[in-house]
Write a protein that binds this ligand. Structure first.
Ligand code: GAL
Length: 683
């Protein structure tokens, strides 16, 4: 059972990762930090992420006094502590004495001690040791008034291929396939290249040195990695649920950089069910030289909305940088006002916090040049500190209105980890141009540019809550998902899908006998062939008297009983259907057969927005690059963020009178937004 998350004081959290264990030899630093926190409006710190050596310097010798001080000092200023369990990194003594805690990589190389995020998820010793240290933490701080939230480990990810994990994988497979090797061989298409398994011991996790070409197995391995990671997490939280049943639990999720797509290593739609509140770490490369600022803003919004939609609840931004990171290809500081703007964007999309990595810049090792609220100068006068303080002041003002409020969407965009994994693995199409998550980003952007809120949902969400469901490139589709989509349309929903959808089942086995009959019924067509393009190839379609360019993929379609609303214009399938519309019971379904330029998405989705009467939270006239998003406070009130993600001054227009929450002035009509400026409106 997960818990309802409530902050005890109903306030937005401002603060972030704090590593006082690095400063134990500098006793004056804690006092300076507390003073600086007060100045910058910081009310929450996350501690303990990588502190195991400081908590247990020798086996079963503990030291929590330094942590007591942090709790007490935070409490003395009315602040809160997010307490992390330290499993993300471990003491050297432990690795030396119990080497099973160290990971084995896919090349079967045992890793040496060092770095972090590199432990075995199966090791019985590591599991019992994490429970033990977590129990100590829970016992010690259970009644401390500053304890707000548990932060389990740090950015779980990666995989281990040691013998313990191999055995666990086999156990997982036995459970999934009812102990039947026959079933496994069917699911993995065993006889292909003589890959039939005749004994459980023959099963080994996928490895590049074994050429992992058994797609069904690869998919199961990825599922196992997610499940084993969740299992490790569940093991960590046992003592916390027991001793601190009222303290909610989170673990910090991520995105994949630099493309800013959903993190591919774990199926977060599964993991989300196990945490009380979603939190994630956002590190977009603002001001890069390969995309417009607003395009990146749309990608950030996409991930935000995916985390928001997992629980349909506010979430926490657990980490972000106040200025720069140290691990991008080029580590460029945020330009003036970008930190403020990007922090407001988080609130606009449902975050109840802006937390940073990190509060104080470390002095040595790999993160000494990573951005922080407090730089090596220890000053409250520099640009970064001042902008952080400005964020703090605004959050203080908005707390009452915003915290705990919801974001409602009428559009669902379906993203599926399993489909992504299977499609990436598929040998076919264009090996470099499958771009499933990137394609979803583009569909999302079409709505974002028009300020239409979108939920980025999984195949298990309730579809019926949406007027419009957009399901591009859902390559892997179980019969269950097909039935759910069919029911959604039959009941009156509008479905958009298209090329490469519904080609394989949940074992990555191709469907036989043509496209699934249910899909044919919903869309009124049958896709027959996929034409894959070389990068210099293209085609065109006509749609509503305009021409649009096709790149990468075109599906050749046999029409059954759909209306053809777009035709190909070139090649041997010229004049055949490219975009179709079908009425199905009370609903309707569109099939977009080709990967089309963005201009098509804009026109196509604008038509649907009009037809389905989808509306933004506030109607604001503006050019591309301004984003209007927000949260519903109650039936009559919305808090709206009007954000300029461009380097130009923008003129925007609102028809009704609204209140500028930060200046307390009424505004309407035309007004200007400076580059990166944001206005917070109540309507
Ligand atoms: C995160 C991590 C933090 C810190 C940060 C730097 O991925 O959780 O501990 O290393 O990156 O950007």
């Amino acid at each position: 059972m997960t818990k309802e998350y409530v902050t005890s004081e109903r306030r937005l959290l401002h603060g972030g990762d704090y590593n006082p264990e690095q400063w134990k030899d500098y006793p004056e630093v804690l006092e300076q930090d507390i003073e600086l926190m007060k100045k910058s409006g910081v009310n929450t710190v996350s501690v303990g992420m990588f502190s195991w050596t400081s908590m247990e310097p020798e086996e079963e010798v503990y030291d929590f006094e330094w942590l007591d001080q942090v709790f007490d000092r935070m409490n003395s200023i009315g602040g809160k502590v997010i307490l992390a369990t330290p499993s993300g990194a471990r003491p050297a003594w432990m690795a030396k004495k119990y080497p099973e805690v160290l990971r084995v990589d896919s090349l079967r190389r045992k890793q040496l001690y060092g770095a972090r995020h590199n432990h075995c998820y199966t090791s019985p010793y590591y599991r019992s040791k994490t429970q033990e240290i977590n129990r100590k933490l829970a016992e010690r701080y259970q009644n401390h008034p500053a304890l707000l939230l548990w932060h389990i480990s740090n950015e779980y990810g990666g995989e281990c291929h040691c013998n313990l994990c191999q055995e666990a994988f086999r156990g997982w497979l036995k459970a999934r396939y009812d102990n039947s090797l026959e079933k496994i061989n069917q699911a993995w298409w065993g006889p292909f290249w003589s890959h039939t398994i005749t004994d459980w011991n023959q099963i080994e996790s996928p490895s590049p040195i074994g050429e992992n070409l058994v797609h069904g197995m690869n998919l199961d391995w990825r599922r196992f990695v997610t499940d084993q990671t969740i299992d490790f997490y569940k093991n960590e939280i046992v003592p916390l649920r027991e001793i601190t049943p009222d303290i909610p639990i989170t673990t910090n999720f991520m995105s994949d950089n630099p493309e800013f797509i959903p993190f591919r290593g774990l199926d977060y739609s599964k993991f989300a069910k196990e945490v009380d509140i979603i939190s994630w770490d956002a590190y977009p490369a603002w001001h890069n030289d390969y995309e417009e600022t607003y395009e990146l803003a749309s990608k950030v919004a996409f991930i935000n909305d995916s985390f928001k939609s997992m629980k349909q609840k506010p979430w926490l931004l657990m980490e972000s940088t106040p200025s720069l990171v140290n691990w991008h290809q080029y580590n460029k500081p945020k330009r003036p006002n970008m930190h403020y703007l990007s922090s407001m964007q988080m609130l606009a999309h449902g975050s109840d916090s802006n937390l940073y990595f990190q509060w104080r810049k470390s002095r040595g090792a790999s993160e000494k040049f990573h951005g922080a609220v407090v730089d090596h100068d220890g000053s409250a006068e520099n640009r970064v500190f001042k902008e952080v303080s400005q964020v703090g002041a605004t959050m203080e003002k908005l707390s009452d209105k915003v915290v705990g409020t919801k974001r409602k969407a009428e559009v669902g965009l379906l993203y599926d980890w399993e489909s992504d994994w299977a499609l990436e693995d598929a040998q076919g199409f264009g090996l470099q141009t499958k771009d499933y998550p990137q394609t979803l980003q583009k569909h999302y952007q079409a709505f974002w540019e028009k300020d239409i809120p979108v939920d980025v949902i999984s195949k298990e969400n309730h579809f019926n809550e949406y007027k419009l469901l957009v399901v591009p490139m859902l390559y892997l589709m179980s019969e269950k998902t097909i039935t759910r989509l069919k029911d959604f349309v039959a009941a009156g929903g509008t479905l958009v899908s298209g090329y490469m959808t519904g080609l394989v089942n949940e074992s990555d086995l191709a469907y036989l006998g043509g496209w699934k009959k249910d899909l044919q019924d919903i869309f009124g067509i049958e896709p027959i062939e996929t034409d894959t393009f070389y990068p210099s190839d293209s085609n065109k379609i006509s749609y509503k008297e305009k021409m649009y360019t096709v790149k990468d993929y075109a599906t050749i379609i046999t029409n059954k009983n759909a209306d053809v609303i777009g035709n190909y214009l070139e090649d041997f399938y010229s004049e055949t259907p490219a975009v179709t519309y079908n009425k199905y019971h009370k609903g309707q379904a569109y099939y977009i057969g080709a990967r089309l330029e963005e201009a098509f998405n804009q026109v196509f989705y604008q038509d649907l927005i009009d037809e389905l009467n989808l509306s933004p939270i506030l109607k604001v006239d503006h050019e591309v690059g301004v984003s209007v998003q927000g949260r519903k406070v109650d039936e009559d009130t919305d808090i709206v963020f009007i954000m300029n993600f461009t380097e130009k001054k923008q003129t925007v227009k609102i028809e009704h009178e609204v209140l500028d929450v930060l200046t307390n002035e009424m505004i309407n009509g035309k007004f200007a937004l400076e580059p990166y400026e944001v206005k917070v409106i109540e309507k």
